[in-house]
Design a protein around this ligand. Structure first.
Ligand SMILES: [Cu+2]
Length: 403
């Protein structure tokens, strides 16, 4: 994994130029030292030119998220910017972050359905961990995760269950992390009590009162959005009494955005861009944390019924989820349970911080491409493939060879 810290180099270049320039000025004023003065001037000029040459093309490189004398308008003490000390700590501890070969949650890794009649007490262990991983070939991003994957694991419980969550924050983390479960009834969805500094663990027990498919996410300072834009989100399914109707295949797909100072496909370590996040102009829009994350992991056979648990970590965009060549026989709009489902739907909306469940039977073999139908986002990475194998069905889909 190539993680040369261009961002650090940029900061050093500026600091060096800032130090050398006044030194040069002082030396030139003391005439005896004019040779050294000229040398220092040249050095400052060289550093400045190098800086301009390397970074002037980056449109957002010098734009602060909030103007230098401005103030964020959120309810919290902090704005969305990570403090400079945080950036320095990051580069100093670069070697201490675990490098994850594949950040993507496996879309087929789903806990077993729950059909039991009685409610029970379940325990879920989550670990907040800051890691390094590729968002696409050669582009490395500092992800903040639950359990070292994006999205965090799909958790599955039943309405009426009592759930204990143990949230551990890895020793290598630079930030306090937390979790807000949208399935929790109570202050902060748990986040009020689950603010966990690095190396510590905190626990909360809560009762699942409502069935549905719910987002959980980190809700810690530097704005909640900053933590979510680093990848800290996942889904928890609270099954209704008696469970969901049985299907043949279940998958777990969650959309999210990645904001970097570099542009699409830029190589090396990519610094987080708060301004882009505020402007809601993501560099990448992806399913399960990275470009191509679902490749080779979503398969079904002709005649099988498929269910996809969908979520959207955002942090800025609403997803118009669509499977090219399929019609959703059934949709649980916004992940809601207990009301009527929608039938025969082409695209379903997944709100930022919300969910949806789609079900369909696959009738014709082939490759079915999952997209956000705001289709320019495909080129930012929002696509995946469901591979359907089996016998052709010419009564439904029959290609003709003409001429
Ligand atoms: Cu966090």
């Amino acid at each position: 994994m190539h993680i040369f810290p261009f961002e650090l180099f940029r900061v050093f270049a500026l600091v060096l130029a800032a130090l050398v320039a006044p030194l040069a000025f002082l030396l030139v004023r003391r005439r005896k030292m004019w040779r050294m003065g000229v040398a220092a001037c040249s050095a400052a000029l060289f550093v400045l030119l190098l800086y301009v040459g390397l970074f002037a093309g980056k449109a957002t490189a010098m734009r602060p998220a909030i103007p230098y004398f401005g103030r964020a308008q959120g309810p919290f003490e902090h704005g969305p910017e990570l403090p400079l000390s945080s950036a320095l700590q990051f580069f100093l501890h670069l070697g201490g972050f675990r490098q994850v070969a594949d950040i993507a949650a496996n879309p087929a890794a789903i806990p077993e359905p729950i059909f039991r009649r009685e409610s029970m007490h379940l325990t879920f262990n989550l670990t907040a961990e800051e890691v390094l991983a590729e968002v696409t070939n050669g582009s490395v991003v500092n992800y903040w995760t639950f359990n070292g994957q994006v999205p965090g694991p799909l958790l599955r419980a039943r309405v009426g269950d009592t759930i204990t969550v143990n949230l551990h924050n890895a020793m290598s983390s630079l930030h306090t992390h937390s979790v807000d479960f949208h399935a929790v009834t109570g202050p902060g969805g748990g986040a009020v009590f689950l603010q966990v500094p690095p190396g510590e663990t905190k626990s909360l027990t809560w009762k699942a009162l409502n069935p549905g498919l719910y987002v959980y996410h980190c809700a810690s300072s530097h704005s909640v959005a900053t933590h979510m834009a680093h990848g800290q989100y996942g889904l928890i399914l609270i099954e209704p009494e008696g469970g969901l109707p049985p299907v043949d295949r279940e998958f777990y797909v969650m959309q999210g955005e990645i904001y970097t100072r570099g542009d699409i496909g830029d190589k090396g370590l990519q610094a987080f861009d708060t301004r882009r996040m505020l402007d809601e102009l993501p560099t990448y829009v992806v399913f399960n944390g990275r470009v191509g994350s679902l490749q080779g992991k979503m398969e079904a056979r002709v005649g099988e019924r498929v269910r996809i648990f969908l979520g959207n970590g955002g942090v800025g965009k609403v997803s118009s989820f669509h499977v090219i060549g399929e019609i959703f026989d059934e949709v649980y709009p916004e992940g809601a349970m207990g009301s009527e489902t929608h039938r025969n739907v082409q695209s379903t909306i997944i709100p930022a911080g919300g969910s949806s469940i789609v079900e369909f039977t696959v009738d014709v073999p082939g490759r079915y491409v999952l997209v956000d139908h705001a289709l320019a986002r495909m080129d930012r990475g929002a696509w995946g493939v469901l591979e359907v194998k089996g016998e052709p069905a010419p009564d439904i889909y029959k290609p003709h060879v003409n001429g």
